[in-house]
Design a protein around this ligand. Structure first.
Ligand SMILES: Cc1ncc(COP(=O)(O)O)c(C=O)c1O
Length: 387
């Protein structure tokens, strides 16, 4: 069938040499990143410190707005940080855990780094309520909603679960949280770029994620959206001079927060990472998340059919409306199978309680799914594999 999105393949050099099914972990590098890195070095070499004024100071705002446009955020509502864990820390620093409303509610299907961060906030007085999954695939929505009450301060939750690609019911979670006066931090790392995200329609308080997976933006750039009306009332205590109203005044004493997106930033921004993020964001915006989503549903459905045909366990929702861009397939000796697939340049990963995760993206050919599944079949027929 004709697949217009395949015209972007030539932008990604690694697709010429590998079967790239790992965008849930690290999206393929656009060839434009090499030029972006060269441009960065040339700017630094030629312009020196003047680069800050001419380009670098505002780069985080520009990249934040590009990311914001993909999630229907208004301009100036997205700050950037090096990673999602830092984004969680900025959010936590806006709150005080000494009062009665000091409970953090989430599920055990959150990404571990997010979990480790909030668990550690017990030391600052937070109470943590973790709702457990029944099946290792889905998050128990009804129990999660029940756990959110008038003592809940914050609900940090993954939009799409990294292990199973289950899509949490973000709208229901936000509605319940707001009804009792709690805030939601939606981790859109595994959704933005493959599943449509509309922060204004969801009316979510915070959204964060990184660009290195589905946005093909490389490591070092993460984003933090804060609902604009809420933003002006919050004063993050994890702060720094980039968040100051007049950073070059070098004022002594307490900070005066800026009203811009930089309010939720702190120290000097990682310019190379921001430069590297731009080409991927441009391509994803150009390709269009709705078209990417339609293709993703078609290809993940195909992967599930192929896995079923071999009798392997599918640890991913079968309902496409509840499934993100990844299919987790557990077959005998899955970890070794994964290792052998990597050796054959079929790039996937393996995670405990998930199996082999396969993630087609807009640049994936349908035939590549057949190639990957045929390779698994061949590896299993050649058993015992080493390890
Ligand atoms: C849902 C989700 N959140 C967060 C992370 C990573 O967090 P950090 O940017 O802090 O490394 C990942 C994966 O790397 C993830 O899948």
């Amino acid at each position: 069938m004709s697949d217009d999105l395949l015209r972007y393949r030539s932008e990604f050099p690694i697709l010429e040499r590998t079967t790239y099914l790992i965008s849930n972990s690290l999206g393929a590098m656009p060839r434009g990143v090499a030029d972006a890195m060269k441009g960065y070095a040339e700017t630094w070499a030629a312009r020196g410190v003047r680069a800050w004024e001419e380009r670098w100071w505002m780069l985080a705002a520009e990249v934040g707005d590009r990311i914001g446009a993909l999630m229907n955020a208004p301009k100036g509502a997205v700050a950037t940080h090096p990673n999602v864990t830092t984004c969680q820390a900025v959010v936590a620093s806006c709150f005080d855990f000494s009062g009665r409303r000091n409970t953090v509610v989430y599920t055990d299907m959150n990404f571990p780094s997010v979990m480790y961060f909030w668990e550690a906030q017990r030391a600052r007085g937070a109470r943590v309520r973790m709702v457990r999954t029944d099946d290792g695939v889905t998050a128990p929505t009804a129990r999660l909603l029940d756990a959110i009450d008038d003592e809940t301060l914050v609900v940090p939750i993954s939009h799409v679960l990294f292990r199973s690609a289950f899509i949490n019911d973000a709208a229901a979670i936000v509605e319940k949280a707001h009804a009792v006066g709690a805030h939601v931090v939606l981790d859109t790392f595994q959704s933005l770029g493959t599943v449509p995200v509309d922060v204004q329609r969801l009316n979510v308080d915070f959204a964060c994620g990184g660009v290195l997976k589905w946005l093909c933006g490389g490591p070092g750039t993460a984003y933090l959206y804060v609902r604009p009306d809420l933003a002006q009332t919050l004063q993050p205590t994890f702060t720094g001079w980039f968040a100051h109203e007049n950073p070059f005044g070098f004022e002594v004493g307490p900070t005066r927060y800026t009203t811009a997106a930089y309010r939720f930033m702190n120290g000097t921004t990682p310019i190379p990472a921001l430069e590297a993020a731009r080409p991927g964001l441009q391509i994803v915006a150009d390709a269009g998340v709705d078209r990417i989503r339609a293709k993703s549903i078609r290809q993940t459905t195909r992967l599930i059919e192929l896995a079923d045909r071999h009798g392997w366990t599918v640890n991913t929702p079968r309902d496409p409306g509840k499934r993100g861009g990844t299919v987790s397939i557990d077959m005998p000796h899955a970890e070794q199978v994964c290792r052998e697939l990597l050796r054959r340049d079929i790039l996937v990963d393996w995670r405990p309680k998930a199996g082999v995760r396969m993630s087609p993206h807009f640049y994936t050919r349908d035939e590549e799914l057949d190639t990957a599944i045929a390779a698994v079949e061949e590896i299993l027929s050649e058993r015992p594999v080493a390890g």
